[in-house]
Design a protein around this ligand. Sequence first.
Ligand code: MG
Length: 161
Amino acid sequence: MIPDIRTGLGFDVHRLVEGRELWLCGIQIPHSLGLLGHSDADVAIHALCDALLGAAALRDIGFHFPDTDPQYKGADSKILLRNVAELLSKNGWKIGNADITICAEAPRINPHIPKMQQVLSDILSIGADRISIKATTTEKLGFTGRQEGIAALATALIFRD
Ligand code: MG
């Protein structure tokens, strides 16, 4: 039998400000600026959550975890991702792979990627070789280039066998 295979897309942006910690893909990265948001503002995990929810046609991260809900104030986005993974699992979905691109002029992301893969692998219960994390700049162009914010895109493949 042919498995039911779906793909999903996620995109998110958060503003960079002084006086906030920078969290990306579940780890804290030393930097002079951090991302502003109701939760820890982990833009990469948010994009990944939306890719997974989108693949399953289960709405989006704001639908499940509204930023008006005090429960999610300062929330660790790893918990949101764990909740998304559980929701997919309850609906019979398994995760094939995920691919994330982080658009940031600074700081350098590449040294942190193996640790990020491990963190996401543990939460999603899939091999780290199924989680791709990539970093790019936008050549100093636009809001990411001016270091006003960080953007993240993600795709995910899910299946029922
Ligand atoms: Mg967000």
